[in-house]
Design a protein around this ligand. Structure first.
Ligand code: GLY
Length: 252
């Protein structure tokens, strides 16, 4: 497995956020936390490829939003925040030659953080960042590959689908209590965590190991009860920019 990650620019202090960070983002600490994330991935046998930071794009560390990888293809997205649309070129260049690329055209918008894959289905949050044209484009590209795309309505306060849930494996999904209707993920088994730990719903599983946000004991216990070895990682500086664990990599 390969993970594409991207270094943090000095401009990360101005990253998009719904609520201004207080205390403000500490870019030095953000880089230390990001380095620990990359080390954790490498420790699981993942080959980590690091793209250079781009000062013109404060949010560029959140590479997940720039591409949706499904089997042999990747859709290069058109992120919903105009300030982020220029992030995708470097990601496309890094993926070129490794995987078949399809570029999402205007007026489609879609953020990878809205996409959650379980087996042959990709659930796509219909957030403020992802529009119906974006969902349709993804559906059109993946239909011939046997992958179904299902649109999931999201309340306006949820930035991305994976702010409140994450894939555990092909049959199980971790969901914050009260965030999504029970039948959102069809036949998948829903593993619930308490609403007051909803930030920690964004876990990154690699096989039987779960990278999880540090400081959320009930989520960690739930993951371990579900059979995962857990690696807690400090994510305070990603969280200040509304980011979490899956946001910081594209897995191939
Ligand atoms: N700061 C991440 C985003 O708003 O997309």
């Amino acid at each position: 497995m390969l993970a594409l990650v991207r270094s943090i620019p000095d401009s990360y202090a101005q990253a998009l956020t719904a609520v201004p960070a207080d205390p403000p983002i500490d870019v030095i600490e953000a880089r230390a936390q990001h380095a620990a994330y990359a080390v954790a991935l490498a420790g699981l046998g993942v080959e980590v490829i690091t793209l250079a930071a781009d000062e013109a794009h404060p949010d560029c560390v959140f590479v997940e939003d720039a591409a949706v990888v499904a089997g042999e293809v990747a859709v290069i997205t058109r992120p919903g925040a105009p300030s982020r649309q220029g992030e995708v070129d470097a990601v496309a260049a890094a993926l070129a030659g490794r995987i078949e690329l399809h570029r999402m055209p205007a007026p489609a918008t879609l953020d990878g953080g809205d996409c959650l894959r379980l087996g042959h289905t990709i659930y796509v949050g219909r957030s403020a960042r992802t529009n119906d044209v974006g969902v349709s484009f993804l559906r059109q590209i993946l239909a011939s590959r046997g992958i179904t795309v299902v649109s999931v309505p999201l309340p306006p306060e949820v930035l991305h689908l994976k702010c409140v849930c994450a894939r555990l494996d092909d049959e199980r999904v971790l969901v914050a209590d009260g965030s999504l209707p029970d039948d959102t993920f069809g036949e998948a088994t829903v593993v619930r965590i308490p609403a007051d730990e909803s930030y920690a719903a964004n876990v990154l599983t690699i096989g039987a190991t779960a990278l999880c946000a540090d400081g959320f004991p009930q989520t960690r216990a739930t993951l371990e009860a579900a059979g995962f070895r857990t690696i807690p990682l400090v994510t305070t500086e990603a969280r200040k920019a509304d980011g979490a664990l899956t946001c910081m990599s594209i897995l191939i």
